[in-house]
Design a protein around this ligand. Structure first.
Ligand code: NAI
Length: 339
């Protein structure tokens, strides 16, 4: 039998935590043959609720679930983990300045960087056997991931990513709804940049599988105005629209996207398909190195690589640069909060 992988979920007593732990325990993240042990971390005020989640996981009797640790101690939570899903964070409350939220969150990520670096499984540090993924979901996701990377220097930068797959999936969903085609037939949209309202959802390379072969989205959607305006803002503002409707932020779609992100990273993307991931920029597409920026990537054997050589028009260039500029500002704000 395969040995179990230890999966850390921080903020596990929260909304996304509640949605994602059963998905992981059912094999949605790592496949139906991979046993898992869940390491659940939250903070003291949520300790009782966290224990309730553990009780429900026991009650669900998941065959793949080989153990649950529920703790408020970051060291115990990080001990020996192979995969880390960082959902825990401080929410923006009424009346809080952007800087206050940033300050709370980057401090959390700085502290957890050391716990992870010191106590995660050896393979988390040397990139074996699964390249030991670390996925940051908590907002500001790109900048939290950057702080985690910079304060955990012995974890390879390639192992630390942030979630923009939800935005990617939202873009697929909008195209599928608008063309009345199955979402599984739409592929290769791109989310560039920050997981914020400056992100750029790009359909210039996206295609749809039709009965007469693969067709570019640009050819099928005759309404350029929709693609260049409403489509983009709908994807950018979708998080806010969900909050308005549910009075709570996206949780099931975020949890599902997180499983997609890790699964494709570990098990590989299908031939001819790319996905969007927030990764440490190597300067591709003129995006300054040293930012965690969402790019189109393909994955193979636990390693992601940025898709190269896509043609970028002027419209896209301006939007890609605007979201990069916001990330530069966030980075300097984050460092000013830490100093
Ligand atoms: P939530 O508020 O329901 O849960 C967050 C949990 O984190 C709480 O249980 C809280 O006690 C815990 N927490 C706070 N500080 C912690 C610490 N230092 N260590 C461990 N746990 C800690 O929030 P929800 O809805 O689950 O969202 C979580 C985060 O994900 C938020 O920052 C949200 O903005 C972000 N998000 C990101 C998305 C993305 O696509 N990247 C999509 C949706 C949400």
């Amino acid at each position: 039998a395969r040995s179990s992988l230890k999966v850390l979920v921080t903020g596990a007593a929260g909304q996304i935590g509640y949605a994602i732990v059963p998905m992981i325990a059912r094999g949605v993240m790592l496949g139906p043959d991979q046993p898992v042990i869940l390491h659940l971390l939250d903070i003291e005020p949520a300790a009782e609720a966290l224990n309730g989640v553990k009780m429900e996981l026991i009650d669900a009797a998941f065959p793949l679930l080989k153990g649950v640790i529920a703790t408020t101690d970051p060291i115990e939570a990080c001990m020996g983990v192979n995969i880390a899903v960082m959902v825990g964070g401080f929410p923006r409350k009424e009346g809080m300045e952007r800087k206050d939220v940033m300050s709370k969150n980057v401090s959390i990520y700085k502290a957890q960087a050391s716990a992870l670096e010191k106590h995660a499984a050896e393979d988390c540090k040397v990139g074996k056997p699964l390249n030991s993924p670390v996925l940051v979901i908590a907002n500001p996701a790109n900048t939290n991931a950057l702080i985690l990377k910079e304060f955990a220097p012995s974890i390879p930068g390639k192992n630390i990513t942030c979630l923009t797959r939800l935005d990617h999936n939202r873009a697929l969903g909008q195209i599928s709804e608008s063309l009345d085609v199955q979402v599984c037939d739409v592929k290769n949209v791109i989310i560039w940049g920050n997981h914020s309202s400056t992100q750029y959802p790009d359909v210039n390379h996206a295609t749809v599988q039709t009965s007469s072969g693969e067709k570019p989205v640009r050819e099928l959607v005759s309404d350029d105005k929709w693609l260049n305006a409403e489509f983009i803002t709908t994807v950018q503002q979708r998080g806010a629209a969900i909050i308005k409707a549910r009075k709570l932020s996206s949780a099931l779609s975020a949890a599902s996207a997180a499983c997609d992100h890790i699964r494709d990273w570990v098990l590989g993307t299908p031939e001819g398909t790319w996905v969007s991931m927030g990764v440490y920029s190597d300067g591709s597409y003129g995006i300054q190195p040293g930012l965690v920026y969402s790019f189109p990537v393909t994955c193979k054997k636990g390693k992601w690589s940025i898709v190269q050589g896509l043609k970028i028009d002027e419209f896209s260039r301006a939007k890609m640069d605007a979201t990069a500029k916001e990330l530069v500002e966030e980075k300097s704000l984050a460092y000013s909060c830490l100093n």
